[in-house]
Design a protein. Sequence first.
Length: 305
Amino acid sequence: MSEEQAPLRSLLFVPGDSERKQAKALVSQADAVILDLEDSVAAERLAAARALVGQRVGSRTPGAAPQLWVRVNAPTAEAFRADLEAVCEQRMPDGIVLPKISAPAEVIEAADYLSALETRLGLTPPVSRLLVIATETPQALLSLPQYLPVLGQSRAAMTRLAGLTWGAEDLGAALGVGGHREPAGGLTFTFQLARTMCLLAAAALGVQAIDGVQVDFRDAQGLEASLREARRDGFSGKLAIHPDQVAPINAAFTPSEAELEHARRVVAAFAATAGAGVASLDGQMIDRPHLLQAQRLLAAASRRG
């Protein structure tokens, strides 16, 4: 993730063929709206969805909020290039969401194709960033340890890569599971593994880890619980499927003033120790990991303004 870019807290999916839902999403407080050309659009509606999404992207004022992202079909799908050609005919969106990625080489291929489109428009790559849904197939989960060695060798891919996210629904369908949660509500082992592997791969790459969707958008308590877990575990944003989910997500991933003040005090404590590896704060010893966490928190808050 670029040091100049603020982390995306909330990314709201909206069907690519619904003008009404798009209009509602665009006046929400989401950091990014994802215009969907994949799962939420029936095959017979794909051409109409491409036209509507292309119009949205083409008429959008650069730098306007919320950001406009597009989920295209998988890079291995026949529709992938046609999706991008239609969407990027006049202007590049802020980002592209890549679904059903089964190997990091597919991310590199997508990045190269975006570079070609940007060059055609007279732009200097990279313009559109990438968010990879990295756990939707069994092959995808098995390939996550290869992301760092493979993507790390591709400057074109790494300069575009904004983050990794994970999904349970498509992986569950591929596995034929009866469900992905325990009776008490926690994820079963396989899906906890997928979530954790996504988190670790994102951290290794130095990009955002975005938590997956809360499917039951009416379950406010469930959303709050999942947000507490996500923030605790190191995720810095979450996908949404309904505008009502946006405000809780933004609140969860916005540091409180108390957190910011504590971070400032950690930084000040180390500044007062003249380069020492440890410092004391409120009667407790703090070390370099505490300083790095504080600096990261303050930098993210500064980028958000």
